[in-house]
Design a binder for this molecule. Structure first.
Ligand SMILES: Nc1ncnc2c1ncn2[C@@H]1O[C@H](COP(=O)(O)OP(=O)(O)OP(=O)(O)O)[C@@H](O)[C@H]1O
Ligand SMILES: [Mg+2]
Length: 369
């Protein structure tokens, strides 16, 4: 049975539609991440699942129940927010116990649950402290613990790590992944950080402007982005995107852009015609400056030494700056290279078996479609 089913869920504020006909179902125990740029409707979607916002249309089922019209308290969910919202004058123990006390849970059961949650999160020694005596990461753990003690059907988390510094965010990210494995409860997690989405989600839902762009397992989305938006959003450093056309040259497909000709071999994608406006997509790790050279020449304009890898920006010859979307800068990600210098000349090689082609107008991935 599906744990959560959203059917045709929409949210409008007056004339403005902020979530459009969203369909999504989640298997039992699944960790689903909603990801997308600011304002795309992630929090609104989560808040509709929680019952903190009404839906304008559509239905929401949780564990086989239609909860669309139910109050938040009747939905058996627990939500974790970005600002931990702990009670400042209560101890950690009381912060964890409070919700249970309000629901008249017997004292012995409260004690068991609080101790269990504290142990899950490694905060047993913090139980007597007040929130002001905690670090940001510890507060975030307490806030997770408060959700945990309720043994909900579903955890809803809205950017729970964004108040933490970069290092702690990575550690807490690992802890949330482990917590999910241990408790096995469904989690719906909202973030605008695509790395968090890729690393945490069993599946990720990429949203833009209130619409779902793609739903899939992280690597499937990475390997086969449904459209230009997903291609540009998922992956860091970003995919290189070059505007041009496809030409059929004696049965072989050739990509052409100002100053650039790349033989792609094989047949025209079914969805494209000769002369079609397309965008060629190449992930930085699928390009190099040492191969047989099927791309244009360029000059190195920037070198970023990342430690294990080197990110090189190549300023391509022939890239016409006056043409929007014309290729002038191309990112190449390789293993560490100590000897690349700004001004070096190199010929670009692209792994043709890994390239993407998008319709220039609709943005649809022509190889996936
Ligand atoms: N109460 C409201 N009245 C009118 N518009 C609203 C209201 N709440 C949210 N919106 C609008 O709905 C859109 C989606 O907001 P939402 O908070 O869901 O975005 P988000 O994806 O969570 O973004 P962020 O990453 O910045 O948190 C935004 O354009 C926002 O301005
Ligand atoms: Mg939000």
């Amino acid at each position: 049975m599906k744990k959560i089913i959203l059917s045709q869920v929409s949210k409008r504020y007056g004339e403005q539609a902020v979530v459009n006909d969203l369909d999504l179902d989640m298997a039992d125990g699944e960790f689903v991440v909603l990801v997308g740029p600011s304002g795309c409707g992630k929090s609104t979607t989560l808040r509709m699942i929680a019952g903190l916002e009404d839906v304008s249309s559509g239905t929401i089922h949780i564990a086989g129940r239609d909860v669309t019209q139910l109050q938040p308290g009747e939905r058996n969910i627990a939500m974790v927010f970005q600002n931990y919202a702990l009670y400042p004058h209560k101890t950690v123990y009381e912060n964890l116990a409070f919700g249970l006390r309000m629901r008249k849970v017997p004292a012995a059961e409260i004690e068991t649950k609080v101790q269990w949650a504290a142990q899950m999160l490694g905060i047993e020694s913090l139980l007597p402290r007040k929130p002001r005596q905690l670090s940001g990461g510890q507060m975030q753990r307490v806030s997770l613990g408060r959700a945990l003690v309720r043994s909900p059907e579903v955890f809803l988390l809205d950017e729970p790590l964004s108040n933490l510094d970069a290092k702690l965010r990575i550690r807490m990210r690992e802890e949330i992944a482990q917590l999910h494995k241990r408790v096995g409860t469904n989690m719906v997690y909202v973030t605008h950080d695509q790395v968090e989405a890729m690393t945490l989600g069993d599946r990720i839902v990429i949203m833009n402007q209130g619409k779902v762009q793609q739903v899939g397992r992280p690597l499937d989305v990475y390997d086969s982005p449904a459209n230009l938006f997903v291609a540009g959003f998922i992956g860091a450093p970003e995919m290189n995107l070059i505007k041009g056309t496809l030409q059929d040259v004696r049965g072989q497909v050739v990509f052409q852009a100002p100053g650039i000709t790349v033989p792609l071999g094989g047949a025209m994608p079914l969805a494209a015609k000769s002369g079609a406006g397309v965008v060629l997509g190449v992930r930085p790790e699928h390009a190099s400056m040492e191969g047989e050279g099927n791309g244009p020449m360029g000059s190195v304009s920037l070198v970023e030494q990342l430690g294990a890898q080197t990110l090189t920006m190549l300023e391509l010859d022939g890239g016409d700056q006056s043409v929007p979307g014309s290729p002038s800068r191309f990112r190449v990600l390789t293993g560490r290279r100590d000897n690349v210098q700004i001004g070096d000349r190199a010929r670009l090689t692209m792994d043709i078996s890994r390239i993407h082609l998008f319709d220039a107008v609709s943005g649809v991935n022509l190889k996936v479609a």
